[in-house]
Design a protein around this ligand. Structure first.
Ligand code: BTN
Length: 314
């Protein structure tokens, strides 16, 4: 992302930055700086201007700011869209074109958001819809563990920022009580031995109204106030980085023990459906490959993919 007047204002949010300094740094005139400030104000930025001191950002609108995300995280470049079909589809194109690891695509709304198993994912403005590229140097069999890296990151974030305890429905849905708050969809490209790239797509209902109020929930309704989506995104990316470090070190135990601790699936009677085949049983565990271990009539079944339905209330 090229530097802009906004970059200097956000880099110095606690203080005033003079128009002269910004103009000098960007190699533009002071009039051009002042014009850009007017534009930013029109976009909803509250910018205080003081004679002899300069400008200071007091608050910013509910829009993702790539400058801020790049400054506060190790992710980037950040490609930001007002509207897109799907950040996952765009991220896949970028990965194929050779974009580096941690390239991040974020959109205010998606017109063709996709969930797991090709389902529609409703993504209006106010939600947090983003995808990024990683290129882990490992065998494709380990790819499903990235579900847990992402799920842990979201769960730890909402606990840290808002004190909320969420649970994970295997393999990667994030629930608040009995409603879904967040979904994760991975796109994997590999040959038989090595992963080429992985796109991690995360969708969180944040300031949008939940698409199906009886089954889904938005963060704003859980905490009863609007959410700063930039801070939320920064924290999810930070936590992802930490959880991913466990994965890269091969420390799957640390990764999975947290996932197991937030699982709402272990101990439940479930049906797991995949490609027209159902397996029913009581969930005993999530094994070291991230698969679900079910027991039915004394037989153990290990399930690697599928949709879980709870068969009995807790
Ligand atoms: C699911 O629960 O089925 C997964 C939903 C994943 C949605 C996210 S939103 C950002 C990214 N872009 C997409 O089209 N999908 C993922």
């Amino acid at each position: 992302m090229a530097k802009d007047v906004l970059t200097y204002l956000l880099d110095n949010q606690d203080t005033y930055v003079s128009g002269e300094y910004i103009a000098h740094k960007l190699g533009i005139t002071r009039q051009a700086v002042s014009k850009r400030i007017t534009q930013l104000k029109e976009q909803g930025f509250d910018i205080d201007s003081r004679t002899n001191k300069g400008y200071r950002v007091v608050s910013y609108p509910d829009v993702i700011l790539p400058e801020l995300i790049e400054r506060e995280t190790s992710f980037g470049p950040v490609v930001h869209f007002d509207t897109i079909d799907s950040t996952n589809i765009h991220a896949r194109k970028c990965a194929l074109d050779g974009s580096p690891e941690r390239t991040l695509i974020v959109a205010e709304e998606q017109k063709a958001g996709r969930g797991r198993l090709g389902r529609e994912w409703v993504s209006p403005k106010g939600g947090l819809w983003f995808s990024f590229i990683i290129r882990p140097r490992c065998n494709p069999a380990s790819a499903p563990l990235i579900n847990f890296v992402a799920a842990n990151a979201v769960a730890k974030t909402v606990h840290d920022l808002y004190g909320i305890d969420v649970s994970m429905k295997w393999p990667n849905d994030i629930y608040y009580e009995d409603r879904k708050m967040c979904g994760i969809a991975l796109l994997v490209s590999s040959d038989t031995d090595l992963i080429h790239y992985l796109v991690v797509g995360i969708g969180i209902n944040v300031n949008n109204d939940p698409p199906q109020p009886t089954h889904t929930v938005s963060l704003k309704d859980i905490v009863s106030r609007p959410i700063d989506r930039n801070s939320l995104l920064i924290s999810v990316l930070d936590h992802f980085k930490d959880e991913y470090a466990h994965f890269e070190r091969g420390d799957y135990e640390t990764l999975l023990s947290y996932s197991r601790s937030i699982s709402n699936t272990i101990g439940r009677f479930v049906r797991v459906s995949f490609l027209g085949r159902d397996v029913v049983g009581k969930v005993r565990d999530i094994n070291d490959q991230g698969a679900l271990v079910l027991e039915h009539d004394g037989t153990t079944h290990v399930v690697y993919a599928g949709d879980v339905d709870f068969l009995r209330p807790l």
